[in-house]
Design a protein around this ligand. Sequence first.
Ligand code: GDP
Length: 315
Amino acid sequence: MKVVALAGGVGGAKLVNGLSKVIPGKDLSVIVNTGDDFLFHGLYVCPDLDTVLYTLAGINNPITGWGRNCETWHVLEELRKINEDVWFNIGDKDLAIHLERTRRLATGCTLTEVTRFLIEKFQVCCQVIPMTNTPVRTKVNTRELGRLDFQEYFVKHKFQPVLKSIEFENIDNATLSPEVSNAINQADLVVICPSNPFVSIAPILKIPGILQLINNKTSVAVSPLIEGKAIRGPAAKMFKELGIEPGPMAAAEFYKDILNGLVYDEKDGDLTIELHRWGIISLAANTRMIDEECQVKLAEVVCQFGKLLMKDPQV
Ligand code: GDP
């Protein structure tokens, strides 16, 4: 079975890591959000791509969820001595990736080519593909501070401002890369990882042309919300601020036009009938991935569920 996973950062990377242990590398492709990308002192930083890359390579920081393990912070410490306004945290090892990525992009390589180079260097076996090579920038319109770049909202203001709306700047001009199209066309199953629907998955789904490709496939999502809460980050807060009760139903409604199946947490009770009304087949499971064993177990559940839906969409 060939699987294509759509992922953002931490939540996505965890399930993708589980999938990488149950699916041979040649059969797994991961399409990653790049709406969060930004320039740090002129360096091209891709937070979600790097979280996925570091997690798959086993060199991620398991405590923060982002950045490298065994990291040092010499450059950042020196930088903060001469510039008090530095609010983004980049460790020394992390910095090396951004330096090399920026250099390669400046020679004319696409982000897809640079990412392929990096995954090979770090001996990651599956494909990791940026959602597009076109720069797309997520902007968050907030009640208190107006329009913010996503990283300003997320890191500088710790997602405290109240959300009014989200925009993906330049999304209408974004083109599907051949790598993204091929990965979806060849896939038997599309897995929407438990990432933030608004800012990690929505930008991927808004790339012109991608929905038509996904619509031809069996697709399964894993809810990023458990008992009305996000494990981390602003997903639940965003749903609330937009007037929607956070939970697996909210995630299902978000994806209902493309979804065949939803895996949600067993702590959320039995939602079979409610979800069936939208034509979504559901499965309750332990979706909390506290360690690699849980990631692998959830990946197995998702793949088995996907196989069932591929055979019989009504199960
Ligand atoms: P970010 O870009 O680093 O914020 O990462 P993502 O968008 O990929 O992940 C954030 C989402 O992942 C949040 O909504 C979390 O609730 C969800 N998440 C994180 N860990 C888990 C987990 O173990 N299980 C589930 N179901 N969701 C998780």
